[in-house]
Design a binder for this molecule. Structure first.
Ligand SMILES: [Zn+2]
Length: 74
């Protein structure tokens, strides 16, 4: 029982690299600098995509807000 729980604790005490998924020490974020750079690259791309989506939705909403009164007044 005790050796099992200590083993489980040891297994729990590590993280996985978010890029390649290999086990890394708890105090590290990524296994290598390359993986960190890759992850930050992904993150930037993702953020840019989200901003683009928000801008697109906002643009559509503005167009609707501008066009709708014109359509209703006719
Ligand atoms: Zn990695």
């Amino acid at each position: 029982m005790s050796w099992k729980s200590s083993l489980k604790k040891r297994i729990d005490e590590h993280k996985h690299c978010p890029v390649c998924g290999i086990s890394i020490p708890q105090d590290k974020e990524f296994c290598t600098i390359e993986c960190r750079d890759k992850y930050q690259g992904y993150d930037k791309k993702k953020k840019r995509g989200n901003i683009l989506q928000i801008v697109l939705i906002a643009g559509v909403m503005i167009v609707f807000l501008v066009v709708m009164p014109f359509l209703q007044n006719r």
